[in-house]
Design a protein around this ligand. Structure first.
Ligand code: KG4
Ligand code: ZN
Length: 346
């Protein structure tokens, strides 16, 4: 089984080759960070156009480096959703076009399922069952994962995602896009505690999250105080501490709630080092093992798309080859797509 994976849901063009027997044969990524930097966030139309420009050359280079030919592929996987509609369409059209020409299936992959399974690409890898903390720019969820395609929602954000909280508060501090890594860098030179920010819903007793109040609290500080460089760093440190406090408290509560002993952290915010050290320390005390994908697989990438499709082909071939077409026979993308519906999508 040789799967080409294509990721174009947002601002990274990612491609990868996953072989059922040999594992990941290679992956390539083009980040659009510079393209969107001047705008302070992703401009959907620019993102789509850049995917169009990058996707085929990136794929050609990947095949060449891996010493593979297109006619050796058994399937082409692409991100079907959730994400930006135009950006998703570029990956979907390319995948369906190539697959049609080669006479092989095009497999639509759920972006969050791919994030969820991405820790299985790293070594050591977790084994089923586990709890996953999915923390990306668009989602914050705690999932109970018992197998490929078997995902139960334990809790999720009621408003902003954790990545969004990083990005929006970073913007309030005048930091560039993407805000998460920029805020984390500034936080490293500051000290939490000088400012007091809320830890929303930390003691709510539920496994749900809320981050919009944090953004409002930061806006109040920024408006009311003149912040010098040291104060900005201290505020960044407090923002990071507030988000990390909530994420780690809820993740550890989920471990207690389920009695699971393996916690998997996936999605872009999983690259945050403060979150990693906090979770690892808290988990150790409870006899819980924490797994992180390598940072390059934490943020959006093609490897997780190829891998998720390969796992579906292995465990659930029927759902893997389910073609996403509308009534007229045209393929579709799903800009909004609830992960929980996957299990029953068949
Ligand atoms: O999973 P991802 O690459 O894309 C989505 O599917 O959303 O996640 C991107 C998010 C952004 O909000 C970004 O600011 C955040 O992950 N992020 C971080 C760090 N690296 C990326 N947030 C905090 N600390 C980081 N080191
Ligand atoms: Zn993502």
């Amino acid at each position: 089984m040789l799967v080409l994976g294509i990721e174009t849901s947002c601002d990274e063009t990612g491609v990868a080759l996953y072989d059922g027997a040999r594992g990941l044969l290679g992956h390539a990524l083009h980040s659009q960070v510079e393209l969107h930097a001047d705008y302070g966030g992703v401009v959907p139309e620019l993102a789509s156009r850049d995917h169009v420009r990058r996707l085929l050359p990136l794929t050609r280079g990947l095949l060449e480096r891996a010493g593979c030919r297109l006619d050796e592929l058994t399937a082409i996987a692409y991100t079907e959703g959730p994400g930006l509609a135009g950006a998703l369409l570029v990956g979907a059209a390319t995948a369906h076009g190539l697959a049609r020409a080669l006479g092989i299936p095009a497999i639509g992959v759920h972006h969050l399922e791919a994030h969820l399974l991405s820790p299985l690409l790293s070594r050591p890898a977790p084994s089923f069952p586990f709890v996953a903390l999915l923390v990306s720019g668009g989602h914050t969820q705690l999932m109970h994962v018992t197998g490929v395609g078997e995902y139960g929602l334990l809790g999720e954000t009621l408003d902003d995602a954790a990545g969004e909280a990083f990005d929006k508060t970073a913007k309030l501090l005048g930091l560039g896009y993407p805000g998460g890594p920029a805020l984390a860098r500034l936080a490293a030179s500051g000290k939490a505690g000088r400012f007091t920010l809320p830890r929303p819903m930390i003691a709510s007793g539920s496994l749900d999250f809320s981050f919009s109040g944090l953004k409002t609290a930061v806006l109040t500080v920024v408006k009311e105080r003149a912040l010098d460089a040291a104060a900005r760093a201290d505020l960044a440190a407090e923002i990071e501490a507030a988000i990390v406090d909530v994420l780690s408290a809820k993740a550890l509560a989920a471990m207690e709630h389920t009695g699971m002993k393996q916690l998997v952290v996936a999605g872009g915010v999983g690259a945050n080092l403060s979150l990693r050290s906090r979770l690892t320390a808290g988990a150790r005390k409870r006899g819980v093992e924490v797994f992180y994908p390598e940072v390059e697989y934490c943020t959006d990438n093609g490897a997780m798309i190829a891998f998720a499709a390969a796992k579906r082909l292995e465990f659930d071939p029927r759902s893997a080859t389910r073609e996403s077409r509308d009534a007229s026979g045209a393929f579709t993308v799903r800009p909004r797509w609830d992960l929980e519906t996957l299990a029953t999508a068949g």
